[in-house]
Every structure is written in structure tokens, then in C-alpha cells.
Design a protein around this ligand. Structure first.
Ligand code: Z5A
Length: 211
């Protein structure tokens, strides 16, 4: 349970190439200018052991079974939450995290077809129930996302267009189920316009938390 003295945990999600990292970086700059202490992090692979897991997940050139893949993301998450995210939030910082639990539901659940309820249980186990205060999903059609992403593809990005569409629809379902936490932002517009939408939802949260 987070109290008023704590910071905030904000996650960015969406299909690969949606533009979420661009928005996260803009938000970091904007909030730092307002005097907030910001920690920027990511899943998989924030640092140390996580970076090693990331290398395997994205660049291992042999077969990784869907269940093994799910457990590797979850292992990274357990380490990340315990060693980076919780500490920073408890110190009053705002943590901006590029991908988190919803990626597992969207990619391993909706995308790969692993049991979603079981994945939710495992997410909860990995995070000890530590949940983002806000999740911004950058929603853009897959053709645009593919164009933005370019040609340099890792193991996950090679999964194909049908897979990405399932992931995209997965995010839309997640947002329907948790409308208070998960906000869908139309990410098709220009970087500046998308940032205006992000700022709006973040400012609402900050007002609620700090005023
Ligand atoms: N994964 C998983 O399966 N399960 C899990 O539990 C977790 C992750 C945690 C991590 O990849 C992979 O792991 C990911 C999901 C999976 N795989 N896939 N596929 P990653 O960390 O290497 O990368 P990513 O998170 O998928 O994407 P990214 O490289 O960070 O890109 P992005 O955040 O989606 O977009 P971007 O870097 O901000 O923008 C991409 C380009 O578009 C760039 O050139 C920008 O300048 C441009 N851009 C951005 N916004 C705009 C707008 N508005 N207009 C025009 N151009 C724009």
C-alpha cells in the first residue's frame, strides 16, 4: 500500500514502435524542470542481473519456450521491483518505467496465448502486489508502429504482424478492465501532440497525490 509520503510509479506500455520511450523521456525532462526527482528505468533489464536476462530474452538465437520466456520476464521483474522501483518510490521519487506487468499480459498472454489469469497471479507474486499508480498505453495502428520501428529487429520484434495485432488488442482489453490505472493515449499524432495527452493524465495524478 502506498501512502502520501511516497513517490509515484508510472509505467509506459504499448506495441513495439508505438513511441512510448520518446514520451517517457519527454516526461522525465518536464517533471525534472518542475523540481521532481525522477528515476527512469525499464523492463526487461534495468541493470546488473536484469541486463543479463535482457540479453538472453532479446538476443538468444535458440528456441525459448513461451513458458520459459514468461518466467524470464517475471524473474527480471521480481529483481527490478525489489532492488530499484520500491526503494525509489519509498524515497519519494517518481519512477518512470518503460514496460512492466502489462507487457507480460499483452505479449505472453494475449500474444503468445499463455493463461492470462495465471500470468496475473505470477505478476502479483513477482511484484508482491506493488502496482503502478498510472499506466500510459501509447496506442497506434500496427502499420505505423512497424514503420517507426525500422529494420533493426530483436527476437521479440521478429514475431510478425499478427502477433503485434494480438498484443495491441490485449492492451485495449487491459485498459477496459482497469480504467482507473490504465489510460490509453492516441499515439498516432505528432510527438508534441501525444505529449500533451500524456501530460494531462500525469498532471491529474500529481494533483491528486501532492495537493
Ligand atoms: N516484453 C515482453 O514480451 N514481456 C514483458 O513482460 C516485457 C517485455 C517487460 C522489449 O523491447 C521487448 O520485450 C518488447 C516487449 C517484450 N518487444 N517487442 N516486440 P525493447 O525494450 O527493446 O523495446 P520496446 O520497448 O519494444 O520498444 P522501443 O524500442 O523502446 O520503442 P518504443 O518505445 O515503442 O518507441 P520509441 O523508441 O519512442 O519510438 C520509435 C521511433 O518512432 C523513434 O524513431 C521515434 O523518434 C519515432 N516516434 C516516436 N513517437 C513518434 C510520433 N508521435 N510520430 C512520429 N514518430 C515518432
Amino acid at each position: 500500500m502506498q501512502n502520501k509520503k511516497q513517490g509515484l510509479f508510472i509505467t509506459f506500455e504499448g506495441a513495439d514502435g508505438c513511441g512510448k520511450t520518446t514520451q517517457l523521456n519527454l516526461l522525465q525532462k518536464y517533471l525534472e524542470e518542475k523540481g521532481f526527482e525522477i528515476v527512469v528505468t525499464r523492463e526487461p533489464g534495468a541493470k546488473g542481473l536484469g541486463e543479463e536476462i535482457r540479453k538472453l530474452l532479446l538476443h538468444y538465437d535458440g528456441y525459448i519456450s513461451p513458458k520459459c520466456e514468461a518466467f524470464m520476464f517475471l524473474a527480471d521483474r521480481a529483481q527490478h521491483i525489489d532492488t530499484i522501483v520500491k526503494t525509489a518510490v519509498n524515497e519519494g521519487k517518481i519512477v518512470l518505467c518503460d514496460r512492466h506487468t502489462d507487457s507480460t499480459i499483452a505479449y505472453q498472454g494475449y500474444g503468445r496465448g499463455e493463461d492470462i489469469e495465471k500470468l496475473k497471479y505470477l505478476n502479483n507474486l513477482a511484484t508482491s502486489g506493488f502496482t503502478p499508480d498510472l499506466t500510459i498505453v501509447c496506442d497506434v495502428d500496427i502499420e505505423t508502429a512497424i514503420k517507426r520501428r525500422g529494420n533493426d529487429r530483436d527476437r521479440m520484434e521478429q514475431a510478425g504482424k499478427d502477433f503485434q495485432i494480438k498484443v495491441q488488442n490485449g492492451y485495449r482489453e487491459i485498459a477496459k478492465l482497469e480504467p482507473n490505472r490504465v489510460k490509453i493515449i492516441d499515439a498516432k499524432a505528432s510527438v508534441e501532440e501525444v505529449f500533451e495527452s500524456c501530460k494531462k493524465v500525469v498532471e491529474q495524478l500529481i494533483k491528486k497525490r501532492y495537493n
